[in-house]
Design a protein around this ligand. Structure first.
Ligand SMILES: Nc1ncnc2c1ncn2[C@@H]1O[C@H](COP(=O)(O)OP(=O)(O)OP(=O)(O)O)[C@@H](O)[C@H]1O
Ligand SMILES: N[C@@H](CCO)C(=O)O
Length: 308
């Protein structure tokens, strides 16, 4: 028998992972939103509660509503759904705030409908919601939320997601300076063309990163975590980016870069002690400024969205 109500934890995610603009991502487990979704007799999508941040209640203006409406248009169920969003991930943070809502609603509705769609199809509906926030369809935040762990989006049309292995002992440290960068703005500042030499460096890094995950090769992973395409343009939107990155690398991070469209900065480390030492080093940089910030140390969440 299918349930009438479900409560979920929809985790924050890190997109791009330096070398993989729009294709690589991974899932965190210490920060995420909670959502409650329940069936209603009346057809349609009704956002009835939003706590944490001010966001639109109108389904067509909220990413959770847009992805849910896309799923309903296809599934044509004999009921509707109301959605409560308990938002912990600040919108415009760069750790997939919009994505957590966009995939949370469709994950939950799929469960309440008896799971008619597979993970790729659920991600495809979520992409319709994410497009509202970023102005384009991409799935590098959504796929790690739905599949868990590290993911590679092989293509968006048709959507093809590859789940990648997570090396043992891998931790992420995130610092989130409390300024907002809209993904649509961060995309608009990127050049439309890049030198072929930079493209060659970048795709060699993506291939090496994926190989490193498969072979548990931390040394190769460290050498692959570089971004010559996007970071040079976006880093100027993030105050003290260069100092934070260099402090993280000096204190044992394997790599550091912009999380999604920023302003959060992510690092990957081997072992919790390194991850915590990187956290202290990054906090020290912002502590000497007037910028408010938060930090998170997290295991890589290999399960993705969780039913509570
Ligand atoms: N349910 C929702 N949750 C979060 N943001 C939403 C939601 N619905 C609409 N939005 C809008 O989406 C924008 C935030 O999305 P944006 O992609 O810019 O940030 P992000 O998801 O934190 O970043 P990134 O994708 O880089 O990790 C804001 O303008 C916000 O008002
Ligand atoms: N790949 C996306 C992630 C943010 O949605 C970007 O960097 O613009």
């Amino acid at each position: 028998m299918t349930k009438n109500e479900i409560k979920i934890f929809s985790p924050a995610t890190v997109a791009n992972v330096s070398c993989g603009y729009d294709v690589l991502g991974f899932c965190l487990d210490t920060i995420g939103d909670e959502m409650i979704v329940r069936k209603t007799e009346k057809k349609g999508i009704f956002i009835t509660k939003i706590e944490g941040y001010k966001l639109p209640f109108e389904a067509k203006k909220n990413v959770a509503g847009v992805s849910a409406l896309a799923m309903l248009a296809d599934a044509q169920p004999n009921c509707g759904f109301e959605i409560e969003i308990y938002k912990k991930i600040k919108p415009g943070s760069g750790i997939g705030s919009s994505s957590a809502s966009a995939c949370g609603s469709v994950f939950a509705i799929n469960e309440l409908l008896g799971r008619p769609y597979n993970k790729t199809q659920v991600t495809d509906f979520a992409m319709k919601g994410e497009a509202l926030a970023s102005g384009s369809e991409h799935a590098d935040n959504l796929a790690p939320g739905i599949f868990g762990g590290f993911t590679l989006v092989k293509s968006t049309s048709p959507l093809e997601v590859l789940q990648l292995p997570t090396p043992k002992d891998m931790y992420a440290t995130i610092i989130h300076p409390q300024i907002e960068i809209k993904t649509s703005d961060a995309r608009a500042i990127l050049p439309k063309e890049f030198p072929l030499t930079d493209a060659i460096t970048q795709w060699a890094n993506v291939g090496s990163f994926v190989h490193a995950l498969h072979t548990n090769d931390y040394d190769l992973l460290k050498r692959a975590l570089h971004d010559v395409i996007v970071e040079p343009h976006r880093s100027r939107l993030i105050p003290h980016f260069a100092e934070v990155k260099s402090a993280a690398l000096i204190h044992g991070a394997l790599g550091a870069g912009i999380s999604g469209a920023g302003p959060s900065i992510f690092t990957l480390s081997k072992g919790i002690e390194n991850a915590k030492s990187v956290e202290r080093a990054m906090r020290d940089v912002y502590s000497s400024t007037t910028i408010a910030f938060e930090t998170y140390v997290s295991r890589i969440n290999t399960g993705g969205i969780k039913i509570l």
